[in-house]
Design a protein around this ligand. Structure first.
Ligand code: FES
Ligand code: FES
Length: 152
């Protein structure tokens, strides 16, 4: 079946089953490998992308549910908030192995897009679904606060 996806500002038509997880379409059909597979069960956040600016888990979302929505991946994220987040990530040397980091950046930038001055609790809540096996959590929090300050 033909599925039409609006991804990173481009419309793509793909021949895939409508129940294919969005993550597989992004990685295997569109060859954008910045979005990672971790658990496949909405538990780790490695597969986080944005749908209409909200952070969502692409591993459990059927591609049919993403039709007609604006999907953004790490390859296409370019809002002011996302740029501030990416700069803060570099300045605070956040990534270790890097595996979780595109998901972390997508969640952090979605947070700052909707709430440019989040409290500690709001940061903890927005980032709680993104697991980092290297435990970069403190640097992530510092970088989000720094990005918020720069945006303010
Ligand atoms: S791979 Fe989607 S949440 Fe873990
Ligand atoms: S940086 Fe290694 S899993 Fe997060």
């Amino acid at each position: 079946m033909a599925v039409e996806l609006n991804i990173n500002g481009q419309v793509k038509t793909l021949e895939v089953s409508p129940d294919t997880p969005l993550l597989w379409v992004i990685r295997d059909h569109l060859n954008m490998t910045g979005t990672k597979f971790g658990c496949g069960m909405s538990l780790c956040g490695a597969c986080t992308v944005q749908m209409n600016g909200q952070a969502i888990r692409s591993c459990t979302m059927p591609v049919s549910a993403a039709q007609g929505q604006a999907i953004t991946t790490i390859e296409g994220v370019e809002s002011k908030a996302a740029k501030a987040v990416q700069q803060a990530w570099e300045e605070h040397a956040v990534p270790q192995c890097g595996y979780c980091q595109s998901g972390q950046i997508m969640s952090a930038s979605a947070l700052l897009q909707s709430n440019p001055n989040p409290s500690d609790d709001e940061i903890d809540s927005a980032m709680s679904g993104n697991i980092c096996r290297c435990a970069t959590y403190m640097r992530i929090k510092t970088a989000i606060k720094d990005a918020a300050k720069k945006l303010g």
